[in-house]
Design a protein around this ligand. Sequence first.
Ligand SMILES: [Zn+2]
Length: 460
Amino acid sequence: MLKLYNSLTRKVEELKPVSDKTVGFYACGPTVYNFVHIGNLRSILLYDFLRRALEYSGFKVKHVMNITDVGHLTSDADTGEDKMEKNAKTAMDVYEVATKYTRAFLEDMNALNMLAPHVMPKASEHITEQIAMIKKLMARDAAYESNEAVYFDVSKFPKYNQLTGQKLEDMMLGARQEVVQDPKKRNPVDFVLWFKAVGRYRNHILRWDSPWGAGFPGWHIECSAMSKKYLGQPFDIHAGGVDLKFPHHTNEIAQSEAADKKPLANVWVHGEHLLVNEGKMAKSEQNFLTLKDITDKKFNPLAFRYLTLTAHYRTKLNFTWDALTAAQNALNNLYQEISGYDEPKVGCAEFEQHFEEALNDDLNLPKALAVAHDLIRSDYPGHAKLQSLFKFDEVLGLKLRETWELSRSSDTVRSLVDQREAARSAGDFDTADELRKKVDDEGYLIDDTSGGPLIKKKFK
Ligand SMILES: [Zn+2]
């Protein structure tokens, strides 16, 4: 029985899906005006681990993750420009930027061996649904209009603080003034559902017609509208980084529940921060790192995936290059170890049970990983270990099967790779390039990592 810590009730609870057939799972995706950093990727990896663990436990999952491609709270307070729009002159320019960074994000997901969500809705393609929800809130008197915006009226939703557990006055201090000096805003904690393209937003490029005039939706409403469209309400699990609890998730809950008079989601899962050298990552700081920074240093991206397995999702993980090196070494040792195992068969029931218990224990992946290592150290024969390890890898996602299969690749390919290594060491890069081409012709790719070359089968 899979148990998860529910941020909403502050308890570890057994997962009981609304429908016994499918778990509805919504995860807040990235804003695509820049490359995502490795802190964002830790959150996205949590979604992937959680989805895989659900499937491992026998649930069918519908996994939805949004792509935020419409301006929101990151708007530059002085100019009213959206970050995504800063260098853009037309809507096409904005979408070009969004498309570029969406593509880069999907490449990161792929490099980290994440399963693609079943639906990845874009905010810009769901404006109708967002407007419909705002209309409903207006009709229910849970929202009001000023000359500059349409606001959600927090006073109409007494449970507003249920997710944070904070006093409303304390939350007000943290609430950002979304529209500067709007005399019609009733309460500092009220948040924007619809920005009108007037005043500081008069030149906002992305805009749509609405009952309140041309403008664009606030950030929070996209998740409420799109999760409802694809998963219904309530759905089972809503996940995100811990920094999204307030205001984002708090506001999602308020507007969805006020509009439809039922809960938005039953279980809320929040992943802790990734720190870099003990500090929070910020664009202005030296410690803003992307996956490219990692692969540029010749690390296997899966070393980062491995690193995130070593800390429980509800604890902070401190990223250092030393920690990543240790993860890369551990992963290489794992690959090395299994390359000596025979064809998988039978499996080790005792260890499989421990692995499942670790998953069920609020997705305790460090424990699950430790079970895999205990299994390797055990006296079971290689073929039995391999059978269970392949099973574990359905959750861990470290490409153990592919790596093992490659270790059995033909002598020809391995000999070519060895010759290439020798040529590289001797500084004969022309020969090394020719040998790489021959390996390529045999249907394999060479990935040069800090732990030596990895051979990968090419998939069409
Ligand atoms: Zn969201």
